[in-house]
Write a protein that binds this ligand. Structure first.
Ligand code: OSB
Ligand code: MG
Length: 366
């Protein structure tokens, strides 16, 4: 029996982030804690955006599903290994962001109790994760160039640019011209209509590392058609919610790279399965982010230490998004890398006092 708590925590962003679908200035994520009888606490983060624009989930839907279905399952399920809790939670369909917060809480509790770092519990082999950074849509190309310049100076190994119809070939061409040696990739978040692939033919000539999620999540056949016609690898994000989606995408040839997001897959347990499948198929992966606070970010760093994560992940330092993070020490990116912690558990200590000061709603199930 476990004491399960939820806290809805609000943090302001240091810089507005705009994607093809919307703009945001602050985030509300739900922190999940599992408190074992011996007092050990596991932490997870539900990093759902507030609105249903990336996936169908919202922070309110996550709160309701957590309160009514996931917290009761977590409270009553006895498990030795996190995969057993994941199996119990899998009767809840979809709702991957919500499930992910619970799965990560189980993994961090498991690692803490086992006295090993989360990365080792997952089978990680790297001592540091290569860090890339994701840049939103800006109002002008000059503002974008200033952002790229600052991030390159900070040492980030790869720049990802959000694109949308009307903000694609021109800004990307300018970035490539100003920073010819910096690896660049673009992410459309499914904003393009598959009947017009012309923007991607132009982008194909710019030497990009990859083109992420050009078309709608369920339209795998459009991704197949594009990948046949361009040499830049297509990378799937929103299209792969289930490990089975990955198997389908690989069979169809819908892309050559996979962005594994802990939240989108429903936690570290399914993320590990996706990593295994991609690895056996020879598909390189990297870890995507959802502007996580320090708890979710720590899980991303641990996952990025696995052997198949051969491309830079979206594991930027806390300071890229937050003036103050929810951990006592921020996550720091030095020389384009985030060190994978060697301390037991998550590796960063939640700052309870600060978390309490930012909490806008709470709930405990015992
Ligand atoms: O598609 O990768 C995405 C943020 C919100 C919604 C979708 C995406 C993103 C990011 C954030 O790119 C990257 C990060 O967390 O550093
Ligand atoms: Mg993406």
């Amino acid at each position: 029996m476990m004491r399960v708590s939820l806290r809805r925590v609000r943090l302001p962003l240091v810089h507005q982030f705009r994607t093809s679908s919307h703009a945001k200035r602050f985030l509300e994520h739900i922190l999940v804690t599992f408190e074992a009888a011996d007092g050990t606490v596991g932490w997870g983060e539900i990093a759902s955006p507030s609105g249903p624009f990336y996936s169908a989930e919202t922070v309110d839907s996550c709160w309701a599903v957590s309160r009514d279905f996931l917290a009761p399952i977590a409270q009553r399920t006895r498990w030795e290994h996190p995969a057993e809790l994941a199996a119990a939670m899998s009767k809840v369909r979809g709702n991957h962001f919500a499930r992910s917060g619970f799965d990560v809480a189980a993994w961090s509790l498991f690692a803490a109790r086992s006295g090993i770092p989360l990365s080792r519990a997952l089978g990680g082999t790297r001592s540091r994760a290569e860090a890339g950074v994701s840049l939103g849509i800006e109002s002008t190309i000059d503002e974008l160039l200033a952002q790229v310049s600052a991030r390159v100076a900070e040492g980030y190994r790869r720049i990802k640019l959000k694109i949308a119809p009307g903000w694609d070939v021109a800004p990307v061409r300018e970035v490539r011209a100003a920073f010819p040696s910096v690896p660049v990739h673009v992410d459309a978040n499914g904003a393009y209509d598959s009947s017009d692939m012309s923007a991607f033919f132009a982008l194909d000539a710019l030497g990009l590392l990859m083109i992420e999620q050009p078309f709608a999540p369920r339209d795998l056949l459009a991704h197949v058609a594009l990948q046949k016609r361009i040499s830049t690898p297509v990378c799937l994000d929103e299209s792969v919610e289930e490990v089975a989606d990955l198997a389908t995408a690989l069979t169809l040839g819908a892309g050559r790279i996979l962005n594994i997001k802990v939240s989108r897959m429903g936690g570290l347990t399914p993320a590990l399965r996706a990593h295994e499948l991609a690895r056996s198929a020879g598909v390189p992966v990297w870890c995507g982010g959802m502007h996580e606070f320090g708890i979710g970010r720590a899980a991303n760093v641990a996952l990025s230490s696995l052997p198949g994560f051969t491309l830079p992940s979206d594991v930027s330092g806390s300071d890229k998004y937050y003036a103050r993070d929810v951990t006592t020490h921020p996550i720091v990116c030095t020389d384009g890398h985030v060190d994978v912690p060697s301390a037991p558990g998550l590796g960063w200590e939640p700052d309870l006092e600060f978390i309490e000061s930012q909490t806008v709603d709470r709930l405990t199930v015992t």
